[in-house]
Design a protein around this ligand. Structure first.
Ligand SMILES: C[S@@+](CC[C@H](N)C(=O)[O-])C[C@H]1O[C@@H](n2cnc3c(N)ncnc32)[C@H](O)[C@@H]1O
Length: 423
């Protein structure tokens, strides 16, 4: 049960909830406690793209399942879900999270195994899975070729891989590496991590996007569709992208300078060398790359999308949807997001417990963030609308600001907008 899982998590972090935590502990706790919520968001994105789980019977493999949210939530929707985890402690958390869950049609099974090993192939049915989820896992795996070899054995002919992979070149992660919080670490080759951080951090293998394209393609998943497929490349100017990257790069340099005193000499010296290489590549790319490729390489935090074996026709399903946010911490905020003609509209209803908060509301796409309200005072009902100019996937960010230190971000499910005649 989720409740027991959260209790065990609180015990591990010696807290009674995220309010007692800060820094990287808070980040890791949040990653664990939102395991189910993140799965629901991914399911909604998949459904926006026409990959429907309802109807049941879909066979799903969740590789590197950790706390189990993806396997549990897909099983609740009628899927037969297997979660594979290499780490015994995380495997135990997943089972605790799943304990006493009752599934009407689906089923959820966790297996302790290394997904790059022959054991994985012994424990799982072959030519079987319709959807394989690899969410924030590739960067932890050294032998990605063996992983894909194993995946291709257990995948059915019409299998789709759902991937999310953090991008180490993204300037936000250069300023603060996602797993460790360390400045500059994401551009230092993995070989040096243990030595430079005195064995504190094991390696994360950041790779370029093209590496994954080649890998998927070699194993027959050659139809790769990132979730930013749209006509927006016509709407961004190269000058604007370069201006934004240059600004973020200045932030990186400032952050490095601010943190200098905490670096060892070896770390400083290696980081300076890597930063020099990074900057020359950046200047080269400013001339060579398209605005879209620059955005993908330096501004995109996570590459998310589908890799497919055979042609999978996108059939965008959703133009309207409704839900209440399910997180315990921000319950009491409900919204209805709609896409109507060439407008995106959201109606938000807030509980009075937020009356001392302020709100930011943004429409987000892959390329921009358009504010509707910035630091507005609480109101029981709020309405926003935006005119849409290009096709693509959009979602809304509602930021609830209690004070400068305490901000909660609520991301709505994504909606797809298709401009007439754009395809
Ligand atoms: C960052 S976590 C992502 C967890 C989960 N997919 C999610 O998004 O919540 C990466 C997970 O992959 C697991 N992992 C790493 N290498 C693995 C392997 N070779 N086989 C199975 N699991 C692995 C780790 O133990 C860890 O739980």
């Amino acid at each position: 049960m989720y409740k027991d899982f959260i209790e065990a998590l609180n015990k591990k972090y010696n807290c009674s909830g995220e309010n007692d935590l800060s820094g990287m502990d808070l980040q890791h706790y949040k990653f664990a406690s939102t395991t189910r919520q993140r799965a629901l968001n991914a399911i909604e994105t998949l459904e926006t793209c026409g990959f429907m789980l309802d109807g049941g019977g879909i066979r799903i493999l969740d590789i590197g399942c950790a706390y189990g949210g993806f396997s549990i939530e897909t099983a609740k929707r009628g899927a037969v879900s297997y979660g594979i985890e290499i780490n015994q402690k995380l495997y135990d958390y997943a089972n605790l999270n799943n304990k006493d869950e009752v599934y009407e049609n689906g089923n959820c099974i966790f297996i302790l195994a290394d997904a790059t090993s022959p054991k994985f192939l012994e424990k799982l049915p072959h030519n079987y899975f319709d959807l394989i989820i690899v969410n924030d896992v590739f960067e932890h795996v050294y032998d990605t070729v063996q992983l894909l070899k194993n995946i291709s054995k257990v995948a059915s002919d019409k299998c789709v891989i759902y991937y999310q992979i953090p991008n180490g070149n993204c300037l936000r992660f250069v300023a603060k590496e996602g797993h460790t919080g360390l400045c500059g670490l994401s551009i230092i080759p993995p070989l040096f991590w243990c030595a430079l951080t005195k064995d504190k951090y094991s390696s994360i293998y950041y790779r370029q996007y093209e590496y994954y394209l080649a890998l998927f393609s070699y194993f027959g998943f050659d139809n790769v569709a990132p979730f930013n497929f749209s006509d927006w490349s016509n709407y961004i100017s190269k000058d604007k992208v370069i201006e934004r990257i240059s600004h973020e790069y200045e932030v990186v340099k400032q952050t490095i300078s601010d943190n200098k005193s905490s670096f060892s000499n070896a770390y400083s010296s290696k980081l300076n060398k890597e930063l020099f290489l990074f900057e020359s590549q950046l200047n080269y790319d400013f001339n060579e790359l398209t605005p879209l490729d620059l955005t993908w390489k330096y501004l995109t935090t996570f590459w998310t999308g589908l890799a497919m074996k055979k042609d999978f026709k996108f059939n965008f399903m959703k133009s309207t949807s409704k839900r209440s946010f399910r997180s315990d911490d921000i319950e009491g905020i409900e919204f209805l997001l709609k896409c109507d003609d060439n407008k995106m509209l959201i109606d938000i209803i807030c509980d009075s417990k937020y009356e001392n908060c302020k709100f930011d509301i943004y429409l987000k796409s892959m390329i921009e963030s358009i504010s509707c309200y910035s630091h507005v005072n609480y109101s029981e009902q709020m309405h926003c609308e935006w005119n849409l100019t290009y096709s693509g996937i959009y979602f809304v960010l509602i930021r609830v600001i209690e004070n400068e230190e305490k901000k909660n971000n609520i991301f709505t499910y994504p909606l797809y907008y298709c401009k007439e005649n754009s395809f």
